[in-house]
Design a protein around this ligand. Structure first.
Ligand SMILES: C[C@H](O)CC(=O)C(=O)O
Ligand SMILES: [Mn+2]
Length: 342
């Protein structure tokens, strides 16, 4: 049976997922200012890392302006109440990176795998536990697996020791009834906490988040001003207000959250986060949100429509870690269309 929970723990992800949207250009000063404000607003968890998680600063994923460990160290030194979380995708992030993050003060490790590949996560989940970190299993691109498969993979993460397992709508492709079905199924088959991480490419991040909460998700991600990949995530300061109206407790100070979003995050945005035709296509075609800027760059280079690239990536089921395919797909489209490359 599904149940409704009234206490929700929010993880603010703008300082990690938002890294995609600003080409991984966070500075120490920005991170310190945002963390200080979120800490004062009593946000339980703040995620800090390269957009693709620890070790993501590479030519393939995009080089960070500032070493992520400097950002994590500064964040952990600033936070008095909030816990600093890091994301790690096994293979991109190494075990030594997790150890370094823990030694710098990170208290939560979110171990992310493609929705059908939970079996690459046990060493990382076990290490994070040994390091005394709270541990989250993060099943990315959850729209790509039938619910039974998702449950199987979530149970694996639970068996490895994850304290929480997240349904991650990386492409912002899920519809509310699908979120309900997936979260209900996890709620019925798992004993650990269930989380939800949405993207707003189809303008459904808030609706999906509320659907998840209604049937038992208690750990929720959001990004202030939607500072996340694609059209961004569920907008945290709005979510806090909506949950308050629903009588659901987050422990977060609404005014302080609004001020942090308006005064500190809005100025970081290169342009306001909105649902553009490209981010809409991410959700429509079920493509990883962090592919957006890569696809736009490839479209420019090959003088083709970025939507054609995204649709093709969706058709070919290209997933995180296959960023090199974006240029291949673009080159192939340009060849077929006989486009002259400028
Ligand atoms: C590495 C990804 O950006 C993780 C994430 O936030 C998602 O899949 O969504
Ligand atoms: Mn995300």
């Amino acid at each position: 049976m599904c149940d409704t929970n009234k206490n929700i723990l929010i993880t603010e992800v703008a300082l990690r997922d938002g890294s995609h949207a600003i080409r991984h250009q966070f500075t120490v000063e920005q991170v310190v200012n945002v963390v200080k404000a979120l800490d004062e607003a009593k946000v339980p968890y703040i995620e800090v890392a390269h957009g693709d998680g620890l070790g993501g600063s590479t030519l393939q994923y995009g080089l960070s302006l500032t070493d992520e460990f400097e950002l994590i160290e500064a964040a952990a030194a600033t936070a008095k109440n909030s816990k600093i979380a890091v994301l790690s995708l096994p293979g991109i992030g190494l075990e030594k990176d997790l150890k370094q993050a823990a030694s710098l003060g990170a208290k939560m490790a979110r171990i992310a795998t493609h929705v059908t590949e939970a079996d690459v996560s046990p060493a990382y989940i076990e290490l994070a536990k040994e390091l005394g970190m709270e541990t989250v299993g993060f099943l990315m691109m959850s729209h790509m697996a039938p619910t039974a498969k998702l449950v199987e993979q979530a149970k694996l993460m639970e068996s490895y020791g994850a304290d929480t397992v997240y349904v991650v709508d990386s492409a912002g492709a899920l519809l509310p009834h699908e979120v309900t079905e997936k979260i209900c199924a996890l709620r019925d088959h798992l004993s650990v906490n269930i989380g939800f991480h949405g993207h707003n490419n189809l303008s459904l991040a808030m609706a999906n988040t509320l659907a998840a909460i209604e049937v038992g998700a208690t750990r929720i991600d959001g990004s202030m001003r939607c500072l996340g990949a694609g059209a961004g995530n569920t907008q945290t300061e709005v979510l806090v207000a909506v949950l308050d109206k629903l009588g659901i407790h987050t422990g977060i100070d609404i005014y302080k959250m609004m001020d942090a979003a308006e005064n500190l995050v809005a100025p970081i945005l290169e342009k306001p986060q909105e649902i553009t035709r490209d981010s809409l296509v991410l959700g429509f075609a079920g493509v990883y949100s962090s592919f957006l800027l890569h696809a736009q760059r490839a479209a420019k280079r090959f003088n083709i429509d970025s939507r054609d690239i995204l649709i093709e990536l969706g058709k070919q089921h290209i997933v995180g870690g296959q960023e090199d395919m974006i240029v291949d797909v673009a080159a192939e489209i340009a060849k077929k269309k006989n486009v002259t490359i400028g």
